[in-house]
Design a protein around this ligand. Structure first.
Ligand code: PLP
Length: 433
């Protein structure tokens, strides 16, 4: 970008790319290549030794994905980013980059069902314990902490329960002990920048609002560059002990000359190298397309969701509506400074009536798609108890707060009159037992 801008509307169009020097092409090209020609043996050796950053092999880095990484790091106010094959890969890498067998992290109970399963089962099977804490009581994170705790983890606007996470409070508990807060910001891009409230790492499923059109699966890990990995060496061994897989590199020291990007570099050159969950360049191109209109789309998602809430408030079939202000929730700042008062595009509500009311509502929808997704340009709805959270044990379902009458909407970009008309007839159907 010729002139650095702090405005999201400009960043999403300009950061990381200004016309192809060879052809003058304005849109970023799709570099559909596996490998890259080294200039000579010295160049190749420097790249492998991290004396110089550059392209080696698309499992590790790709120029199209690189533009997306730079753009998303700029948008979040972070130092560096890493594109990945899915949001799930980003969540897994976020933890595996700092915890190994025998370690633990403390996570909020309010999680997307897939992340819950990853944490409660797969990471556990790999020897990484995830302890769950109640975000309504930030001090519960401190109580769950011990010498082996390597990170705290949460979602800004948790999918599906939409209880905004107190980022500033929990980040402030962890930092003096050398514990970084990892925030999954998938449901709240533009609305919230977790680094401003003390988070150290941000995770995205770019599958959602970033892509915005429901075409591609991807993930992103963003390093805030704001965390001192050296300050508590015993707390962060993976950053302070020699890494035998990289000729003894100590990650808090090894890449100092490249900026405060130790976390992002380690995730790329160790985890991506070994586990291989790379984003495809074609998907990176799709995400770049989506990102260009993200600020515009978020404004309309929020505007339509506000109108849906006004409509639901007048309906007797609905008992509780969950539609919190993200900005007020994370840091108690004045909501009117933000887009739509900081309210997002997701709306949750509880239906009155018997335990089948949620299913009847979903089955009656005609415009809304019934899918396990959020952040599409189309309106989407889901009944978590029978889908994303159905594989959880009864105990885990209770912990995530998902009930049979709970429905979550991801309000799309259609005309508001059509959205409301569809909800109107589906609510009527939900009441017919
Ligand atoms: N994080 C959140 C908040 C999600 O909603 C999802 C998917 O629904 C994921 C992570 C996982 O992302 P992906 O489906 O891209 O693997």
């Amino acid at each position: 970008m010729a002139r650095k801008s702090l405005h999201p509307e400009t960043i999403v169009l300009h950061a990381g790319w200004r016309a192809d020097p060879a052809t003058g092409a304005v849109a970023p090209p799709i570099y559909q290549t596996t490998s890259y020609q080294f200039r000579d043996t010295e160049h190749a050796a420097n790249l492998f030794a991290l004396k110089e950053l550059g392209n080696i092999y698309t499992r590790l880095q790709n120029p199209t994905t690189g533009i997306l990484e730079e753009r998303m790091a700029a948008l979040e106010g972070g130092a560096a980013a890493l594109g990945l094959a899915s949001g799930q890969a980003a969540s897994a890498f976020a933890v595996q980059n700092l915890a190994r067998a025998g370690d633990n992290i403390v996570s909020s109970t309010d999680l997307y069902g897939g992340t819950w399963n990853l944490f409660a089962n797969s990471l556990k099977n790999m020897g990484i314990e995830v302890r769950f804490a109640d975000p309504a009581d930030p001090e519960s994170f401190r109580r769950a902490t011990d010498d082996k705790t390597r990170a705290y983890y949460a979602e800004t606007l948790p999918n599906p329960k939409l209880r905004v996470f107190p980022i500033a409070e929990v980040a402030a508990i962890g930092r003096p002990m050398g514990i970084p807060l990892i925030m999954d910001n998938t449901a709240a891009p533009i609305l919230c920048r977790p680094f401003e409230h003390g988070a150290a790492v941000v995770v995205y499923s770019t599958t959602k609002y970033i892509g915005g059109h429901g075409t591609s699966i991807g993930g992103m890990l963003i390093d805030g560059g704001n965390f001192d990995w050296e300050a508590h060496p015993e707390r962060q061994p993976l950053f302070n002990l020699p890494d035998p897989s990289y000729h003894g590199a100590v990650w808090s020291q090894a890449v100092k000359g490249l900026g405060p990007i130790a976390y992002a570099i380690r995730a790329r050159v160790v985890l991506l190298r070994d586990l291989g969950a790379a984003m495809s360049p074609f998907n990176a191109f799709q995400f770049l397309q989506g990102l260009e209109t993200l600020p515009l789309r978020m404004a309309r998602h929020c505007q339509n969701a506000n109108a849906v809430v006004d409509f639901l408030k007048c309906r007797s079939e609905v008992s509780t509506i969950i539609y919190p202000s993200v900005q007020q929730g994370v840091s108690r700042v004045r909501a009117d400074r933000y887009l739509s008062g900081g309210y997002g595009g997701l709306v949750g509500f509880e239906l009155n009536g018997d335990s089948e009311a949620g299913r009847r509502f979903i089955d009656a929808l005609q415009l809304f798609y019934h899918v396990a997704n959020i952040g599409d340009s189309r309106s989407l709805a889901i009944h978590p108890a029978s889908t994303t959270h159905s594989q959880l044990s009864a105990e885990d379902q209770t912990a995530t707060g998902v009930t049979k009458g709970y429905v979550r909407l991801s309000v799309g970009l259609e005309h508001i009159d059509d959205i409301v008309e569809d909800l109107d007839q589906a609510l009527a159907a939900s009441a017919r037992s």
